[in-house]
Design a binder for this molecule. Structure first.
Ligand code: PLP
Length: 408
């Protein structure tokens, strides 16, 4: 039974998109791990920005520019508070997780040398593999992989065995977008620090479900994309410890990131502006702050608890379907279910579900190494958010059963 304290029907009214139909059926949106939907409260903030105070920030003396600057810096403050970050200059506003990770990987080019080692977990998103491969190619450092079990859990003994004084960087996602596994990042961070390695955690998939505490984790870098937590696309956070952000060279050159420019030499602006070249996504940043307000008003713990109830219920119901196999059965999981039905290509199931108005993802979920590990081309992935209902889970299960009988 689902016994949430949340009033889901009232929450659903905040999301205008949930009223629409797809192929003649009410939309059942179960692709939340790819992007979340946007509540009216956040849409209003976006409309208000462009209707009443759209201006460039940090430079203007006029009223609109100051209003926009104040709202943008206020959003930075909300992000700082949400993630319990010690100092505002440790919050870099980026275009999202991919940008944040590239910024760090690029910065480490000047800090790594031949023979150094970089550890990456086996369940990474492509955005978390390619930049480190490029970094290793540039520097001669060696990329090593932390393996996982068939349940989709990292093998922590193997991780400890891989760590050595040569390890300079460790990268891992907090939650796997392909499997839903919640990784033991506190242990990963603590063990890496024992050998003096820096740790970058990709929090893109965790942030909608878990309020990570930067000071408690003592993590060196942590990344988030606003569009996965009810905010707009094209904006996100890079948290970095001040000592690391000071050490890293700037990523992109341009306006906003400089203190003084002559043709002989440029000096860089103080943090966070050193890493915020050019005009940022001002409206997006402000809306990111509004999205955090929205989630906090509901309560991250209530959200996580309800989503866990949905996960448990959906897992039980789906497993009743003959031939259905779930990939990623870690003990600690967020509300992501990756599955296949024996003898059916995931794409075919996804197509039939779409005809019925149900949005799921099919394919490799930007995590091809994970699919290779299981020896499959891809999966069907249903991912649930706090605005989904038990009735929607029932519709999914019925639709998958129907797809199975049509395709087998
Ligand atoms: C979505 C996601 C990313 C990529 O985020 P972008 O917003 O596309 O940059 C990276 N890692 C994980 C685990 C994700 O879920």
């Amino acid at each position: 039974m689902i016994q949430t304290a949340l009033d889901i029907q009232t929450i659903r009214k905040d999301f205008p998109i949930l009223n629409r139909k797809v192929n003649g059926n009410p939309l059942v949106y179960l692709d939340n791990a790819a992007t979340s939907q946007t509540p009216q409260q956040v849409i209003d903030v976006i409309v208000d920005y462009y209707s009443s105070y759209n201006a460039n920030i940090h430079r203007g003396v006029h009223a609109l520019s100051q209003e926009a600057t104040d709202a943008y810096e206020n959003a930075r403050h909300k992000i700082q508070t949400h993630f319990n970050i010690a100092k505002p200059q440790e919050v870099i506003l980026s275009s999202g997780t991919t940008h944040s990770i590239n910024l760090v990987a690029n910065g480490f080019s000047s800090l790594l040398k031949k023979g150094d080692e970089v550890l990456v977990s086996a369940m990474e998103h492509h955005s978390n593999i390619v930049p480190w491969q490029m970094l290793c190619e540039r520097t001669g450092a060696v990329l090593k992989v932390i393996p996982m079990s068939l349940e989709g859990e990292l093998l922590m003994d193997e991780y400890r065995a891989l760590l050595s004084p040569r390890t300079k960087l460790v990268f891992c996602n907090h939650v796997s977008n392909a499997l839903g596994t919640i990784n033991p990042i506190q242990e990963i961070i603590d063990e890496a620090h024992k050998v003096g390695a820096a740790v970058v955690i990709d929090g893109a998939q965790a942030a909608p479900h878990i309020k990570a505490d930067m000071q408690q984790l003592d993590v060196d870098f942590y990344t988030v994309s606003a569009h996965k937590l009810c905010g707009p696309t094209g904006v996100g956070m890079l948290y970095g410890k001040e000592e690391w952000l000071t050490k890293l060279p700037p990523y992109q050159g341009g306006g906003e990131m400089i203190a003084e420019v002559t043709f002989e030499k440029t000096t860089y602006a103080d943090l966070p502006h050193k890493f915020e070249a050019g005009t940022p996504n001002i409206c997006g940043g402000i809306a990111f702050g509004a999205a955090l307000d929205y989630l906090n008003a509901i309560g991250m713990e209530s959200i996580a608890q309800y989503e866990h109830e949905l996960l448990t219920y959906a897992t039980q119901q789906l497993l009743n379907i003959e031939g259905l196999k779930i990939y990623g059965t870690a003990k600690e999981k967020t509300s992501v279910i990756s599955f296949n039905i024996e003898g059916i290509h995931p794409y075919d199931i996804g197509t039939i579900l779409d005809k019925l108005g149900i949005a799921v993802r099919t394919g490799h979920h930007c995590a091809q190494p994970v699919m290779d590990f299981f020896g499959i081309p891809g999966t069907v992935r249903a991912s649930f958010s706090f605005y989904n209902t038990k009735e929607e889970v029932d519709l999914l299960v019925k639709a998958v059963e129907r797809a199975r009988s049509m395709l087998l």
